[in-house]
Design a protein around this ligand. Sequence first.
Ligand code: GLN
Length: 186
Amino acid sequence: MTVAILALQGAFAEHGQMLDKLGADHFEIRQKKDLEKEFDALILPGGESTVMGKLLHDLVLYESIRDKILAGMPVFGTCAGLILLAKDIEEEATHLATMDIRVKRNAYGRQLGSFYTEDEFRGIGEIPMTFIRAPYIAEVFGEAEVLARVDGKIVAARQNNQLVTAFHPELSDDLKVHQYFLNMIS
Ligand code: GLN
């Protein structure tokens, strides 16, 4: 099994380290020819969703990636990656728009922009959650299901082959969310 990690910007290297610890093969997608390699799943990292969204178009990656997700390829979006997948972003244009979630960007305000907590993740138990200028999911609709809430706000969700977290599991030592994603692949 091989996982491709979108490596245009942001915290992509940390996802590779998590996959190394779990023994999963991976490589980085930086340009269109990288999409010619075979892969079974995709990670969209944290970073700046507006920048990544623009680069997806500039580098002509947008359509191929979107088509793969719509065809059922497992995808895991953290933070900005979550925003890329949302079909609805409050007061802003969407990017890949494949997932039935409405998202609020930079939703915790400046003071609380970055924080750490531990909370329940459905099917996994209590896990560490690091938030960095994070979005939250204001609403799931259609086929998306809530996997975790913090203080009532939705911070993780799944819709069939698509998994998203508003926090950064790749910035902790806890491998459970990445293992959960790998389980979605087989
Ligand atoms: N604030 C960023 C955005 O809106 C997301 C932050 C992150 O990925 N850590 O894209």
